[in-house]
Design a binder for this molecule. Structure first.
Ligand code: FES
Ligand SMILES: [Fe+2]
Length: 371
């Protein structure tokens, strides 16, 4: 079936990819001394920060009898469980104290660990690394450190503005991601006076190339009916504006727009919270509008509208998906979605066999669609 492939129903365990960094919470939600709950890939987490503001993440279940550690308290770099008062080092999860032990009982408390996850802070978010193997460290092992650093929004000048927004979506991470890379819904979902109308639909041609773990929409002049393009034209010659969009596993969409010395970049992630819920977080950085009083809030307003339109659409779509209908992916507009599924399959296959990951694209490709 060349023109339309049936969208296979993904096995639940292939829905949420382990071995990657994920955005857990906005930085501003976590203050010193507080314990915040979060969930990633159906793993309950408790997140806090120490005296030096360094963030930590533990599995939100005490290794003794499962009490959520978020019900306990955080003091002196240690989290105390509210049930029997065991204390754990916040950074490593290592047990420091079991109050019920008597002086002659020699249980080695330092061999016990609460599940602990590597944590990094980037661009207004706390990122947590979800490793491949089960509940990280819970029980008697210390965690392994990730080999890569958490992703970051690229910046091209010293001074710039930054803003983020988040939206919870009642859909699987796969629908969230293919919705994000889908060019054909724009004129129907994102209609607005400042954006575009159905009448502005025209044929487009975009070049794509494979990159490690993903694909790139090669640098091109943004389409004349896109909002950032309209704004940037106030600053630069139309033909000096280029945009590049990367998608990288597991869930990263990176867009960079350059126009002479002005730039705008954003890193959007679709994070699996549970099997059927995801969250979209957009962090944008830019140096246009820096001196315009309402610039940043205007930009945030435009983005919020945009994301809300997607959220509303996915809410409605989830009604239709409840009864597991057959779905399809068509040429060429849904080809990026096919690459996404191809990348996931290749990643899982490489992990299973230990062989090198086989990229689903063999080279550059030009796609055409109307939007
Ligand atoms: S359940 Fe946490 S100390 Fe017992
Ligand atoms: Fe959208």
């Amino acid at each position: 079936m060349a023109a339309a492939d049936m969208l296979k129903r993904e096995a639940p365990d292939s829905l949420m990819l382990t071995g990657f960094w994920y955005r857990a919470l906005p930085s501003e939600k976590v203050n010193h001394g507080q314990l915040q709950k979060a969930m990633l890939l159906e793993i309950p987490l408790v997140i806090g920060r120490d005296r030096n503001r360094k963030a930590f993440a533990l599995r939100d279940a005490c290794p003794h009898r499962g009490m959520p550690l978020s019900c306990g308290r955080f003091e002196g770099g240690q989290v105390e469980c509210s049930y029997h008062g065991w204390k754990f080092d916040a950074a490593s999860g290592q047990c420091r104290l079991i109050p019920s032990l008597t002086a002659d009982q020699n249980l080695k408390t330092d061999r016990i660990y609460a599940g602990s996850f590597a944590c990094e802070e980037r661009d207004s978010f706390i990122w947590v690394f979800i490793p491949d193997l089960g509940p990280a460290g819970a029980g008697f092992t210390r965690r392994d450190e990730p080999l890569t650093a958490a992703p970051q929004v690229p910046a091209f000048s010293e001074k710039f503005n930054t803003a983020y927004l988040s939206s919870n979506m009642p859909s699987t991470v796969d629908h969230g991601i293919i919705g994000l890379m889908d060019p054909a819904h724009g004129p129907f979902v994102h209609q607005a006076w400042w954006w575009r109308s159905q009448h502005s639909i025209h044929e487009k041609q975009k070049h794509f190339e494979p990159i490690p773990n993903g694909f790139r929409m090669s640098a091109h002049t943004p389409s004349s009916n896109s909002a950032p393009y309209k704004l940037l034209r106030l600053y630069a010659e139309a033909d000096s504006i280029t945009t590049t969009i990367d998608f990288v596993l597991p869930n990263l969409r990176l867009e960079t727009i350059r126009a002479g010395k002005y730039w705008f970049s954003s890193l959007t992630t679709v994070t699996p919270i549970t099997r059927d819920h995801c969250r979209i977080d957009v962090v944008a950085c830019w140096n246009i509008f820096r001196f315009v009083p309402f610039g940043p809030s205007l930009l945030k307003f435009v983005f919020a509208k945009f994301v809300e339109q997607d959220r509303r659409t996915m809410e409605l779509q989830s009604e239709g998906l409840k009864h597991n209908p057959h779905l399809m992916l068509i040429e060429d507009a849904d080809r990026p979605a096919k690459w996404y599924f191809g990348l996931k399959t290749a990643y899982l296959e490489a992990k299973r066999t230990g062989a090198e990951m086989k990229h689903p694209m063999s080279g550059p490709v030009t796609l055409k669609w109307r939007s």
